[in-house]
Ligand binder design. Structure first.
Ligand code: IMP
Ligand code: MG
Length: 196
């Protein structure tokens, strides 16, 4: 990690040097496919879609415009503590406002990495009385560190175990607007970032 928090010039350099893993067209194709699967599963269930802020909002926005059936949308903000030694605790900043009791809930997030965040969100939704809870993520990171073998019910694109950004995923809060999925090219000191 750099000793000083990266600024806009660093973000521009990171984007210039990054590896593009999935182009805009590939991401859009993946979202089209996800929308078809979600429509089939939820078309008649009047679901509540819960967007995990901040990373999930770009994917959620694009998915939503492809869903042509009655649904409601709310959001929550849960983020992982990355500085603690445990690294597993999830901090809740905002809870959903719409009651989950008896609802079919689809949680929408940017990425399934180790899965601690989604695990905590799912537990919370069940405790709030949701009738069913499933997850949709744009990106799934491939490695063998998944918490309790958690899997996404709907997943768009697979990426290798690298730090990625774009389509809502950030590099130090920058580059959420990058129009594809990119991987940071590490310099010798390592430039990996972490904020959920
Ligand atoms: P998890 O709890 O390990 O699954 O981490 C989930 C959260 O960490 C995601 O919702 C993201 O916000 C963030 N995250 C994990 N990996 C990356 C990455 O490669 N780039 C950007 N954010 C990431
Ligand atoms: Mg997140």
């Amino acid at each position: 990690m750099p000793s000083v928090e990266p600024g806009p010039k660093d973000a521009a350099r990171i984007l210039r040097e990054a590896d593009c893993l999935h182009t805009t067209a590939e991401v859009e194709q993946a979202i089209n496919a996800l929308a078809a699967s979600v429509s089939q599963a939820y078309g008649s269930l009047n679901p509540l879609l819960l967007v995990v802020m901040t990373g999930g909002f770009v994917f959620a926005g694009q998915l939503l415009t492809r869903l042509n059936f009655p649904l409601q949308v709310d959001y929550l903000h849960a983020t992982r503590y990355r500085s603690g030694t445990q690294g597993h605790e999830v901090e809740w900043r905002v809870h959903p406002k719409i009651p989950l009791e008896g609802r079919h809930v689809l949680v929408i997030d940017d990425i399934l990495d180790e899965g601690h965040t989604l695990h905590a969100v799912l537990g919370n939704c069940r405790a709030a009385g949701a009738k069913s809870v499933k997850t949709a993520v744009l990106v799934e990171k491939h490695h063998d560190r998944k918490f309790l073998d958690i899997q996404a019910d709907f997943a768009g694109l697979a990426v290798a175990d690298r730090y990625v950004f774009g389509y809502g995923l950030d590099y130090h809060e920058y580059l959420r607007n990058a129009p594809g999925i990119y991987a940071v090219v590490e310099d010798e000191g390592g430039t990996g970032a972490s904020s959920a």
